[in-house]
Design a protein around this ligand. Structure first.
Ligand code: NAD
Length: 349
C-alpha cells in the first residue's frame, strides 16, 4: 500500500538504504521539493517493524513540508528514520554509509540531527556529504530562536484577541521551563507580562521564580489557572478531553509539537472561542535558524526572519476567518496555498 499512500499525499520519493558493513537500515523520505530541497532531520529509533518505520518517515516528512512552507522558507519536506538503537548501534561506519546515501541524492534532501541523533553523528555524516546542516561549531542551540518566534506569535494572538499586541499586564501560564520555556519567560517578563509557571524539575522552577518573579504551581494545576495565555512548552497532546474544560485562557500559544491530542480538539477549542496558534507555525524559529546555516549564518538576519512569525500567525487567523475554519486547518491551507502558487510561478518562466 506504499504507493497508494504516496499517491494520496503527493510524495515524491522513498529511499531504502542498507549497508552490510555497519548494519545501516535507513529510510529517507522526500515528500515535496516544490519550494526547494527537502530538509528534515534523521531520527534513530527502535521500531517494532519496518512498516512502523516507513510510516513514521512518511508522516514526519510531510510535516516538514508544511512547516517549511508556512515559515516562508525555500525548502521542501523530508525526513530520515534509521532503524536502530541510538545507545548501541551507532558507529563511524554507520554514519558515513548514511552520508554517502544522502550525497547520492544530489541535494534533493538535506539532513540534520533529530531524536536519537547528535551533532557528533552529523559531523561523521558531513565527511561524506555536503547536504547536512546543524553541525558542531555552527549556530548552536536553536532554542532561543524558537522562544523568540513563540513570543512574536503570542503577541500576534494578543493583537487579534485584545486589540493590542503588548504583553504588559498579561498573565501567561508557561508549562515547561526547559530550553525554550526559559527564554520565553524572559521575553514575557521583559515586556511586563506576569508569569505562572510549572515544571517537573524544581530547580528550573526556582530559577524562573527568582529571575522573573514568576508564581509556581503544580504540574497538573497549570491547565486551570486564571490566565490570558496558556503556553505549552513541555509535551504534546496537552489540548485534550481532560484539559479543555479546565482552560480559562483565551489564547493557546507555545513551543510544544503536536499540541492538539487529536484534530477534533482543535475544533472544540475553536468553537469555545480560544485562539490556538498552530504549533508548527509558531515554533518554526529553530527551523528558520537551521535554514540560515545553509544561507550563511548571520544572527540579525535570523532574528528578522523569525520575527516574521508574527505576520504568519496573523495570516493564519485571516484564513481561519475567511474560510470559517479552526486555525490548525488554516495553517495547512496557508502552507498549501504558498506551495501551489510558488510551484506555478516557478514552472512558468
Ligand atoms: P526541554 O526538554 O529543554 O524542556 C522541556 C521542559 O519540560 C523540561 O524542563 C521538563 O522538565 C519539562 N516537563 C516535562 N514534562 C513535564 C510536565 N508533565 N509538566 C511540566 N513540565 C514538564 O525541551 P525544549 O527544547 O525546551 O522544547 C520544549 C518543547 O518545544 C518540546 O515539545 C519540543 O519538541 C518543542 N520544540 C522545541 C524546539 C527547540 O528549538 N528546542 C523547536 C520546536 C519545538
Amino acid at each position: 500500500k506504499k504507493f497508494e499512500y504516496m499517491e494520496k499525499y503527493d510524495y515524491e520519493q522513498l529511499v531504502f538504504c542498507y549497508d552490510k558493513t555497519s548494519g545501516l537500515k535507513a529510510i529517507i523520505c522526500i515528500h515535496d521539493t516544490t519550494l526547494g530541497p527537502a530538509l528534515g532531520g534523521t531520527r534513530m529509533w527502535v521500531y517494532e517493524n519496518e512498516d512502523d518505520a516507513i510510516l513514521d518517515a512518511l508522516r514526519l516528512a510531510r510535516g516538514m513540508t508544511y512547516k517549511a512552507a508556512a515559515a516562508g522558507l525555500n525548502l521542501g519536506g523530508g525526513k530520515t528514520v534509521i532503524m536502530g538503537d541510538p545507545k548501541k548501534d551507532k558507529s563511524e561506519e554507520l554514519w558515513r554509509a548514511f552520508g554517502r546515501y544522502v550525497q547520492s541524492l544530489n541535494g534533493r534532501y538535506i539532513t540534520a540531527e533529530d531524536v536519537g541523533t547528535s551533532v557528533e553523528d552529523m559531523d561523521y555524516v558531513a565527511m561524506e556529504t555536503d547536504y547536512v546542516t546543524g553541525l558542531s561549531g555552527t549556530s548552536g542551540d536553536p532554542s532561543p530562536m524558537t522562544a523568540f518566534g513563540v513570543y512574536k506569535g503570542m503577541k500576534a494572538c494578543c493583537k487579534e484577541v485584545y486589540g493590542s499586541d503588548s504583553l504588559e499586564g498579561k498573565v501567561v501560564a508557561v508549562q515547561g521551563l526547559g530550553h525554550v520555556g526559559y527564554y520565553l519567560c524572559k521575553h514575557i517578563h521583559e515586556e511586563g507580562g506576569k508569569l505562572i509557571v510549572t515544571d517537573i524539575d524544581q530547580e528550573r522552577i526556582d530559577k524562573v521564580v527568582k529571575e522573573f518573579g514568576a508564581t509556581a504551581v503544580a504540574p497538573d494545576e497549570i491547565y486551570g489557572v486564571e490566565c490570558d495565555i496558556f503556553a505549552p512548552c513541555a509535551l504534546g497532546a496537552v489540548v485534550n478531553d481532560e484539559t479543555i474544560p479546565q482552560f480559562k485562557c483565551r489564547i493557546i500559544a507555545g513551543a510544544a509539537n503536536n499540541v492538539l491530542k487529536e484534530e477534533r480538539h482543535g475544533d472544540i477549542i475553536h468553537e469555545k472561542g480560544i485562539l490556538y496558534a498552530p504549533d508548527y507555525v509558531i515554533n518554526a524559529g529553530g527551523l528558520i535558524n537551521v535554514y540560515h546555516e545553509l544561507l550563511g549564518y548571520n544572527r540579525d538576519n535570523v532574528l528578522r526572519d523569525v520575527a516574521k512569525i508574527y505576520d504568519r500567525i496573523l495570516k493564519v487567523i485571516e484564513i481561519s476567518k475567511r474560510d470559517n475554519i479552526p486555525t490548525y486547518k488554516a495553517a495547512d491551507i496557508m502552507a498549501e496555498e504558498r506551495i501551489e502558487k510558488m510551484g506555478r510561478v516557478r514552472s512558468n518562466y
